[in-house]
Design a protein around this ligand. Structure first.
Ligand code: RFL
Ligand code: PHB
Length: 402
């Protein structure tokens, strides 16, 4: 059994854990990351594509924005297609100059992994039996097994960056947390392909057949999503089935331009809204998906993880520079404010853009909800104030002051 010591133990080498680790290391705050799977496996997950300016700035602050500046693209707007009508949300004009960055989570993660390797910071990939001990004391630790050997990592603080299914949230006693959850009666089937995107900007489509999203990773790589039933299995969707259905849901001109090709990746993700309150327990802090999940319709998951990282990082800096020993106690309260705004926006966008006919309620209730949501979308899209409400939230609300 080996005993290790660090200042901040980070569980999870997803974007939250790696970004926090890099920012802390740059300030001379020692940290060790423990990850359940291999680095390659982490990079194989295809997830977010849209970064708010707050995350772009944070990556710059971490010194990890070189490749993003070269290969990413700012998008000044996106489209919503609503039963054949088209609306462009002109982010730049409606928000007085803001835009979003199109650069994949896989690439952000790859850049962060490279940066961590460059500074020779320690990461234990492929660790099992990860356990949090004494989080409510002044001497917390994390125990884990790596390469058949047992380790105990003593630390000042633990950052639980281990996603929705990780151990961190589960190790907070039930009586010390409240969980809020809403499941949606559908999932998203995503497909990645080396084909040019149908448009320069994203198109969110609401149709009677269900929602579809045309997104991208570069000028030669596309990412598309289809709303599917929760019972659907990815094996039952051939590439040809996917492309056929997508063509039916895209606006006509986009469908005519669509270039199809073999899928590089295809997967189904269920949609969920989830928040754990508070986001801390003693010296354990939940960051990103470990604390909250949003349905992807608002492109907020990774961005929310980044604002948690920014908050925890700045509070830890105050602790370690001696300016405020108790600064971290404010973490949950500060983070949750922004979390709930993003939760509400993602839930609202999801309600407006999906087809709810399959919901297990009687058909009159479901049709009435459908009418409300169509009217809601119609109202917001057809006037500038409404479009501004969407644009302001899509580009991301400002980070809370710490
Ligand atoms: P992650 O990425 O899940 O990383 C957690 C890491 O912890 C590891 N882990 C453990 N390590 C040690 N011990 C354990 N017991 C462990 N258990 C788990 C895991 O292996 C993993 O490596 O969480 P993190 O870092 O908080 O990052 C969150 C983001 O990944 C997530 O919010 C976004 O991907 C959500 N999301 C989007 N967010 C956006 O901001 N914009 C988007 O456009 C966007 N699109 C999406 C998305 C998520 C999607 N899916 C699949 C859920 C599109 C999709 C389809
Ligand atoms: C993506 O490109 O994966 C993506 C973009 C926008 C979203 C969700 C996912 O709202």
């Amino acid at each position: 059994m080996q005993t290790l010591t660090t200042q901040v133990a980070i569980i999870g080498a997803g974007p939250s854990g790696l970004l926090l680790g890099q920012l802390l290391a740059n300030k001379g705050i020692d940290n060790i990351i423990i990850e359940r799977v291999s680095g390659e496996y982490v990079l194989g997950r295809i997830r977010a594509g849209i970064l708010e300016q707050g995350l772009v700035d944070l990556l710059a602050e971490a010194g990890v924005d070189e490749r993003m500046k070269q290969q990413g693209h700012f998008h000044d707007g996106f489209e919503i297609a609503h039963y054949g009508k088209r609306f462009r949300i002109d982010l730049k004009t409606l928000t007085e100059g803001s835009a979003v960055m199109c650069y994949g989570q896989t690439e952000v993660t790859r850049d962060l992994m490279q940066a961590r390797e460059n500074i020779a910071a320690t990461t234990y990939y492929e660790s099992s039996d990860v356990q949090i001990n004494d989080a409510d004391s002044d001497t917390p630790s994390v125990s884990f097994t790596h390469n058949g050997e047992q380790f105990t990592l003593n630390c000042d603080y633990i950052a639980g960056c281990d996603g929705f299914h990780g151990v961190s949230r589960k190790s907070i006693p039930d009586e010390n947390k409240t969980e809020f959850e809403r499941l949606y009666p559908f999932g998203w089937l995503g497909l990645l392909s080396d084909t040019p995107p149908v448009a320069n900007e994203l198109i969110y489509c609401k149709t009677e057949r269900g929602f579809a999203l045309a997104s991208m990773r570069s000028n030669t790589r596309s990412r598309y999503y289809l709303q599917v039933r929760l019972t659907d299995k990815v094996e039952n969707w051939s590439d040809a089935d996917f492309w056929d259905e997508l063509k039916k849901r895209l606006p006509q001109d986009a469908a005519e331009r669509l270039v199809t090709g073999p899928s590089l990746e295809k997967s189904i993700a269920p949609l969920r809204s989830f928040v754990c309150e508070p986001m801390q327990y003693g010296r354990l802090f939940l960051v990103g998906d470990a604390a909250h999940i949003v349905p992807p319709t608002g492109a907020k998951g990774l961005n929310l993880a980044a604002s948690d990282v920014a908050t925890l990082f700045r509070l830890l800096c105050q602790v370690y520079d001696g300016s405020d020993d108790a600064a971290v106690e404010r973490y949950s309260q500060i983070a949750l404010k922004r979390v709930w705004h993003a939760e509400r926006f993602s839930w609202w966008m999801s309600n407006m853009l999906h087809e709810f006919k399959d919901e297990q309620v009687d058909s009159q209730t479901s049709q009435t909800f459908e009418r409300f949501m169509n009217s809601e979308l119609d109202f917001y899209l057809n006037n500038e104030a409404g479009q501004t409400v969407i644009a302001t939230q899509y580009v991301g609300l400002p980070y809370e002051k710490v």
